[in-house]
Design a protein. Sequence first.
Length: 281
Amino acid sequence: MSNEEMQISEAQLRALTADMVDMHNETFPTMYAELSEFGSTMRSTRRAEAKLRRADLARSRRRFVLGTGGLVLGTAFLAACGSDDDEAADSPATTPQGGSGSGSGSGTGGGADASALRVNASLENLAVFAYGAALDAAPKGKFGKSVPAAVAEFASHAMKQHQDHADAFNAALTGAGGTAYTEPNPTLAGPVTTMFGEVDSVPKLAMLALTLENTAAATYVKQMGELTSPEALSAVATIGPVERQHAAILSFVLGDYPIPDTFVKLGKTKTSLGAQPGLDA
């Protein structure tokens, strides 16, 4: 593998990687803070909903007791009928309340937002896997006899940034009382593994990485029109440009126009697997 197969010099790639690191360091603290706030808000919302459900249940029980207590003064037949009537009357009143709370904040979109953050964590995990596999395989000659050191440096920094993003999304999920999502995206893991097996040069590796970056970017752009939590929306709006910067560098490596399209394509393309749906718990 010679440096000529890469369409930019190692010095150029190192300079672009340095800019990428600077951008990540500037934006990541804000993103992490926003996601931490999302987790705290979701936990508070769930606690409030649980408190309301307990209060509704207590009121239903009091109504039932008062109703049957009054009917004791009547005949046994009227008491039995009255008890049945009270139970039937209470059921419609309590069921909608319970249904609203069971959605883990579905009334405020919290459940859907959490599902979106799970898919985000899964995409970041997938990128970490891919970059890590590339770094492990490079010294073994999978991509040619020698891989430019600047390529490994870019891959190492990109992998770390994706790991940071995954950790931030999972911090929000666990902060909300949920479970961290630590596996690669289940829909894409198989196809990406197959694609990686066919990679045998730095340009092909760059193309695979570009596909993952564009897939994440498309997912985040799609979510900008769907998320309801200001904190979650701010987080994906912050991370989206970082993914696009990764994509721009990879395009430069491939000798393509390094400025991404103004509008991210949400469907599948030759360099994107398309925006991904949320993942339910």
